[in-house]
Design a protein around this ligand. Sequence first.
Ligand code: HEM
Length: 439
Amino acid sequence: MVTVQDIATPRLQNYLEFVRDPIRFFTRVQPLGDMISLKTGISPTFVVNSPEAIREILVRQDQSFIKGRTTTVLQRTVGEGLLTTESERHATQKKYIQPAFYKDVMERYAYAIIDETEKVVELLEHEQEVDIHTVMMRLTLSIITRTMFSTDVSAEEKKLADAVTTTIEQSVKILFSPVMIPASVPTTANLKHKEAIQTLEAMIDDVLAAAKEHPEWFKDSLLGMMMAVTDEDGNSLSDKEVRDQMMTMLLAGHETTANLLGWIIAEIAGHPIVEKRLLEELTTAKLTGNPFNWMRELPYTQQIIEEGLRLYPPAWLIYRELDEPVEMFGRSFKKGSTFMICPYAVHRNEKVFPNPELFDPDRFAVGNKYSPFSYFPFGGGSRSCIGSRFAMLEATLILKVLYKNFSLRNIRHHGPVPEPLISLRIKNGWPMEVEKRRY
Ligand code: HEM
């Protein structure tokens, strides 16, 4: 049975701790109990730690919850796409987007992922030192635009990657700010945010115009699929809806995987035995047929990714608000109650993951299973990540192509520090030395 306890520390102290360093705050609160009330008065706020309580919120009673404040903030950038709509509208959108992640489509994406990574390999041949965060951001941006929109953004990669970064940074500032200044107020931050959104929308509008002129060029991508959607009355999706979904995919499907890979590559560099085993697997595995199936042939690579997702879950915070009163765990919760679920902290429960700070891919060796919601990097229930298999495929193929060609070394003497934005990033980037492998 889930128990709900009040936090012992004063409200102001909790608030200041949360604002200064949310990761540290949630990690401190994780061992305190199943569900912790932050005693926030009229709008009750809870930190949810126990897998059972997480399942209740994300799965069993998910119809009673909405994404609330996170949606309001993200809508400024992505409009009303899959990430930010609720109930029936969300279900309708999911139905027409899901086919973009079917196996036969992913088999096509696999070749594009390899091809884009090989372009990065060519660039790295001429580099001795790189910021791995920047490299991964550009790579995943080119992969998401090519697979989802059949578009090559290489000419504008830097401009677009910078615009994505600005929107993410501005969104998180608004999310954690005690007062939400409306987007229409011309503050410096709002103007910067608006400019970044316009840059991304300009790219999307160009792609949309090209797709209308030459639908045959786009038929294999999510964009092509969306353009072919019609409702019972034969109406197509509006341009705004298509544009909102494209913005959604751009934001949800690019920085998350880039951040994950940055963390994993930094950890591999700190664990030579992991790198040795990875390389052994990459050189001995029989990788034939469609690269989508290589995931099966690279179990240790999967373990590395799963351990990366445990320690550095890109979606480090899942946020829910009650849309109606509910009964859970023998008590009543009123409409508007807020629930914060922090996979970063829950994945560090030492009863489930002994020595939790240690990067140890063997935790995910074949046969090791963890109970539902003690490990949930892609969320759960009706709002779980639609791109989870895409992300696993992408991470696997990128690691495969990269480590066959290079070894990457950490340069800094201290470990990477997390920066919890919309997704969990390495603070101030992560410079690495690039060493070409000689066979
Ligand atoms: C390592 C990479 C990724 C991680 C860890 C991740 C994690 C998550 C999580 C935890 C959620 C649920 C959030 C919530 O419940 O509030 C989510 C939702 C979502 N993700 Fe991902 N994601 C990743 C990559 C991707 C990719 C590559 C795409 C698209 C190609 C994508 C698209 C989405 C979308 C559209 C949603 C909203 C789904 C819905 O509400 O129905 N994600 N993601």
